[in-house]
Design a protein around this ligand. Structure first.
Ligand code: ADP
Ligand code: F6P
Length: 329
């Protein structure tokens, strides 16, 4: 779909967060509110993602309402995975509610799923702008997604701690990190935590080879083995059993889970979220719709939602190849 021009002046902007929460979403909402108000616009916050749009859980946000939010994790607007919005009737209802609340433009902060919903709203005449917000970094049209940096830093600190005790006991530690079907958190943690093995969905693992490496590392005098597994591959308990059965080396599994999604956002997440929030408002004021704000090849920009959704994300082969060299030996 090509860029759609709107023919009316934007007076009221709505903002919602959707899908899994991510640190920095609050900073993005704050930026939307502050920049919109500075341009003389009214802003309304939609609570609980598309669920709140359908039920009309919508309230005005003033500049003060977003005070003390930039440093907070989670999303104060709350979020949801709204099954009703997957149906045409749900989207139609959402578009009607935009009209009822006078929302001329809607900023949707979320991942690919949330953008699919935003594109459908745009096709029903609601001006929408997406901001990439997910810890998974799995959005093809952008190199950056709000929350990834914080999640990786949180996971890195946790894994450093696991490494300490792993070394003390000369154990093998398997740490499973989030990322849905993508291996970015695992790849980053594998490199920044100096793991011996990284297992990600993008590369078929050779488990026999991994067990061999555990044995060789022990023979080389390594006091621990750290294996990072992406949740999209999973099977950490089975792998631990296999390693213990074959090598006799004590092996423990830690699944980091939801702690990766919480916490105060890093400077990078606050920075990018603030700029992207500001850009989303400007795009709406310029009459743009059905766009995603992106950070690509070192620059901010925006792309058509449908074109963005059609792109395929590829993991950096350079980073993965170097991670293999860094693992050795
Ligand atoms: P993310 O936005 O992080 O990818 P989800 O895939 O869970 O997370 O999507 C978030 C929400 O976006 C869903 O719960 C649903 O309300 C909406 N959504 C997802 N896919 C679609 C779709 N194909 N059509 C309409 N809405 C969708
Ligand atoms: O998309 C973010 C994410 O945390 C993924 O890494 C994970 O697979 C998923 O959300 C978990 O979703 P839920 O909160 O619905 O359990």
């Amino acid at each position: 779909m090509s860029e759609e021009k709107v023919d009316k002046t934007i007076k009221t902007i709505g903002v919602l967060t959707s899908g899994g929460d991510a640190p920095g979403m609050n900073a993005a909402v704050r930026a939307v509110v502050r920049v919109a108000i500075s341009k003389g616009l009214k802003v309304v916050g939609v609570h609980k993602g598309y669920s709140g749009l359908i039920t009309g859980d919508i309230q005005e946000l003033t500049a003060r309402d977003v005070s003390e939010k930039i440093q907070r994790g989670g999303t104060f607007l709350q979020t949801a995975r709204c099954m009703e919005f997957m149906e045409d009737a749900g989207v139609k209802r959402g578009a009607e509610m935009c009209r009822v609340f006078g929302i001329d433009g809607l900023v949707v902060i979320g991942g690919d799923g949330s953008f699919k919903g935003a594109a459908k709203l745009a096709s029903l005449g609601v001006n929408t702008i997406g901001i990439p917000g997910t810890i998974d970094l799995d959005i093809a049209c952008t190199d950056y997604t709000i929350g990834f940096d914080t999640a990786v830093n949180t996971a890195m600190e946790a894994i450093d701690k696991i490494r300490d005790t792993s070394t003390s006991h000369e154990r093998c530690s398997i740490v499973e990190v989030m990322g849905r079907d993508a291996g970015y958190i695992a790849l980053w943690c594998g490199i920044v935590n100096g793991a011996e093995e990284i297992i990600i969905p993008e590369v078929k693992p050779d488990f026999d080879d991994i067990v061999k490496s555990v044995i060789q590392n022990k023979q080389r005098g390594k006091q621990h083995n750290l294996i990072i597994v992406a949740e999209g591959v999973g099977g950490s308990q089975e792998l631990a059993k296999r390693i213990m059965d074959i090598t006799g080396i004590e092996t423990r599994v830690s699944i980091l889970g939801y702690l990766q999604r919480g916490g105060s956002p890093t400077a990078l997440d606050r920075m990018r979220a603030s700029i992207m929030g500001a850009m989303a408002v400007e795009l709406l004021v310029e009459g743009k719709s059905n766009r995603i704000v992106v950070y690509k090849d070192g620059a901010y920009g925006d792309v058509d939602i449908d074109e963005g959704l059609a792109m395929t994300k590829t993991l950096s082969s350079k980073e993965y190849d170097y991670s293999r060299l860094l693992e050795t030996r």
